[in-house]
Design a protein around this ligand. Structure first.
Ligand code: COA
Length: 533
C-alpha cells in the first residue's frame, strides 16, 4: 500500500492547489463556451422551432443517471471556429451498452462541419473502432462549412468510409436524423446500419431544391425530395418513422437494446476505492513544473485501495513502474518521477512493457518528462539505443495504452511515454501539463546559440538587442503553444480533465476498452521471450 508523504497543511500544497484551481476556472470558462452552443440568439431560434438542443438529445438518449465521457470538448480552441467545433462527441451508456455518440450542434453555423469538426469525428470513429463501441449519430447539419471547403472536402470523405468500415468490423452504426442532412451529410444515414427519421423534421437529400433546379431545371420541394415520409415509404432509406424527437430517441434506444451486445474483455475485479482523497490531487503538481514531484502521490489517489506493486523500485528510479488496478481493471503503470529518462529508465520501461504484453495487462503512462538525457557521457553510454528500446517497445506493444499528461511531456520523452503519435487508446491532459519539442527557454536558447554562431561565421557582430527580443518572442510563443487548451484545440488529446476526475475518467476508458478482448503481443512460442534489460 502506498503511504502518502504529502503535507496537505504546508505552504507548497496550498500554493499548488491555488494555481491548479485558477487553471481549472479558466478551463471551465472554455468548456462553458462549447456548452452554450451558437449563443443565445441561435439557441432561442432553435427552441422556438420546437427542437431539443444537442446535449438535451444526448441526455434523453442515455440511460438514466448514466455518465457521459465527453471527448475533445475544446476542439477548435484558438481557431476562428467556435469552441467544440459544432459537434458533441463522447462515450455514454444507452440501453446498457457503451456507445460512441456523435451529435451535431445545429445552433453553431447550422451544424456545419469545419476542419476541426471533421478531425473530432474522425477521432471519435477511431475510438469506436479500436474499442468496439456501437456508434449513434444524432444528425442535424448544414454539411461542409462552405468557406473552408478546401480543408475538408477531400479528407472529409473519411467520415462515410469510417461508418461502413465500423459496420464491416461488426460494430453497429445508427443514425437518428433530427433535421437537415444534406449533400455529403446524406451519406451519414446512407452508410448507417439503422436509420430513424422524424416526420416533417428530417430532410435528407443529395441536393436541395435550389441545387436540383440549377443542375437539371427540375422544380421540387423539400418533402418530396428528402422528407422523412418519403424516405420511410418510397426510397426506403429510413427504417423507422418517428413522430417527434423523443420518439426518435425512444426508437434509437430500442435499436441498441436489440443489438445483443456482449463485452468481450475480461470482467473487472471487485472495486476498492483509494485510501487517500482525490481532492488532494490538486496540490501535488508544482506550478511551473520546475520542482520534481513523486507520481506515487498521484497513484495513491487514483488506484484501487492505493495498492501498487512496484517493479524494479531500486533501478532506474526516475521512472516508476508497477502493477495496480483501477475500478477493478488490472493496469501496468509507467510514471516519470524526476523528469529525465536515462538509459536505465529506458531499459526498465522496455522490459516492463514486454511483461505487460505477456500477461495481457493494459498500460497507463503518467507523463512528467523533460525527455531523454543528453550529454557526452550519456551519448557514449548509448542513450539513443536505450531510448530506442523503449520507443520500440511502446510502438509494438499490443495491449491497450492510456496516457495522462500530468506535468511536462517534452521531446522524445513524449514519444517514449506513448504520446499522441503512438496511438494510445485515450490521451488526457491535466491543466498543469505542457508539451512541446523542448521547454520554451531551452528552445529560444538553442535558436540564439545557432544564430550567434551563424553571425560569427559571417564575420558579423551579433545583434544583442535583437537576440533578446527574439528570445522573448519565441519563449512566449512556445509557452502558449505548449499549453493544454491549445493542444486540445488541435485534437492532440481527448480532453483536458480535472485531476480529481482522473480515476473516474480512467475507469470509464478501461470499461470502454474492455468491449474488445485485451490481447498483448504474442508470447505463444513462435517468437522471443521477454528480454531482460
Ligand atoms: N457553411 C457555412 N455556414 C453555414 C452553412 C454551411 N454549410 N450552413 C449554414 N451556415 C451558417 C449560415 O450562413 C448562418 O450564418 P449567419 O447566422 O451568420 O447568417 C448560420 O450558419 C445559420 O444558418 P441558417 O440558414 O440561418 O440556419 P437554419 O437553421 O435556418 O438552416 C441549414 C440551416 C443547414 C438548413 C441551412 O443553413 C442550409 O441549407 N445551409 C446550406 C446547406 C448546404 O447546402 N450545404 C452544402 C454541404 S456540402
Amino acid at each position: 500500500m502506498l503511504r502518502s508523504r504529502l503535507d496537505t497543511a504546508g505552504e507548497d500544497y496550498a500554493a499548488y492547489r491555488e494555481a491548479m484551481l485558477g487553471k481549472l476556472a479558466e478551463l471551465e470558462a472554455e468548456h462553458a463556451k462549447a456548452v452554450e452552443g451558437g449563443g443565445e440568439k441561435y439557441v432561442a431560434r432553435h427552441r422556438k422551432r420546437g427542437k431539443l438542443l444537442v446535449r438535451e438529445r444526448i441526455e434523453l438518449l442515455l440511460d438514466e443517471d448514466a455518465p457521459f465521457l465527453e471527448l475533445s470538448p475544446l476542439a477548435g480552441w484558438g481557431s476562428d471556429f467556435h469552441v467544440g467545433a459544432s459537434v458533441v462527441a463522447g462515450i455514454g451508456v444507452v440501453s446498457g451498452v457503451e456507445c460512441m455518440i456523435i451529435g451535431n450542434d445545429p445552433t453553431v453555423r447550422g451544424g456545419s462541419s469545419n476542419p476541426w469538426t471533421t478531425r473530432k469525428i474522425f477521432r471519435a470513429a477511431d475510438i469506436a473502432l479500436e474499442n468496439r463501441l456501437p456508434v449513434i449519430n444524432l444528425v442535424e447539419s448544414g454539411g461542409a462549412d462552405l468557406p473552408t471547403q478546401k480543408e475538408i472536402f477531400i479528407p472529409g470523405g473519411r467520415l462515410f468510409r469510417d461508418l461502413t468500415r465500423l459496420s464491416a468490423a461488426g460494430i453497429p452504426t445508427i443514425a437518428l436524423v433530427f433535421g437537415n442532412s444534406t449533400a455529403g451529410g446524406a451519406y451519414v444515414p446512407g452508410m448507417s446500419d439503422h436509420v430513424v427519421m422524424i416526420q416533417e423534421r428530417s430532410k435528407v437529400f443529395l441536393g436541395g431544391p435550389p441545387l436540383v433546379k440549377m443542375a437539371t431545371g427540375e422544380e421540387s420541394d423539400d418533402e418530396s425530395l428528402g422528407g422523412a415520409e418519403m424516405h420511410a415509404r418510397t426510397s426506403g432509406l429510413a427504417d423507422y418513422l418517428a413522430r417527434d424527437e423523443p420518439d426518435a430517441i425512444r426508437i434509437g434506444r430500442g435499436i441498441v437494446g436489440r443489438l445483443n451486445w456482449r463485452k468481450q474483455g475480461p470482467e473487472p475485479a471487485p472495486v476498492t476505492p483509494p485510501r487517500y482523497d482525490a481532492e488532494e490531487l490538486l496540490g501535488i503538481v508544482p506550478e511551473g513544473l520546475k520542482v520534481p514531484f513523486d507520481p506515487r502521490e498521484v497513484l495513491a489517489r487514483i488506484v484501487d485501495g492505493s495498492e501498487f506493486d512496484e517493479f524494479k523500485p531500486l533501478y532506474g528510479d526516475s521512472l516508476v513502474t508497477g502493477w495496480a488496478r483501477v475500478h477493478g481493471y488490472p493496469l501496468g503503470v509507467l510514471a516519470n518521477a524526476r523528469g529525465i529518462l536515462f538509459s536505465e529508465e529506458s531499459q526498465k520501461a522496455a522490459q516492463f512493457i514486454q511483461l505487460a504484453n505477456q500477461t495481457n495487462t493494459p498500460l497507463l503512462f503518467l507523463h512528467n518528462t523533460t525527455g531523454y538525457m543528453v550529454g557526452r557521457d550519456y551519448e557514449q553510454g548509448g542513450i539513443i539505443k536505450h531510448g530506442a528500446m523503449m520507443i520500440n517497445a511502446v510502438s509494438n506493444s499490443k495491449v491497450p495504452h492510456i496516457s495522462v499528461l500530468i506535468g511536462a511531456s517534452y521531446g522524445a520523452g513524449h514519444y517514449g511515454m506513448c504520446g499522441r503519435a503512438y496511438d494510445p487508446r485515450f490521451l488526457f491532459a491535466w491543466p498543469s501539463a505542457k508539451s512541446a519539442v523542448m521547454g520554451p527557454q531551452q528552445l529560444a536558447g538553442v535558436l540564439s546559440i545557432v544564430a550567434r554562431a551563424a553571425s560569427e561565421a559571417r564575420g558579423q557582430a551579433y545583434d544583442e538587442d535583437g537576440d533578446a527580443a527574439m528570445r522573448a518572442a519565441v519563449e512566449s510563443q512556445v509557452e502558449a503553444e505548449s499549453l493544454p487548451m491549445f493542444l486540445s484545440g488541435r485534437l492532440y488529446d481527448d480532453g483536458v480533465i480535472d485531476p480529481r476526475d482522473t480515476r473516474t475518467v480512467l475507469g470509464l476508458c478501461l470499461s470502454a476498452i474492455h468491449n474488445n478482448p485485451v490481447q498483448g503481443a504474442q508470447f505463444d512460442g513462435t517468437g522471443f521471450g521477454v528480454f531482460r534489460m
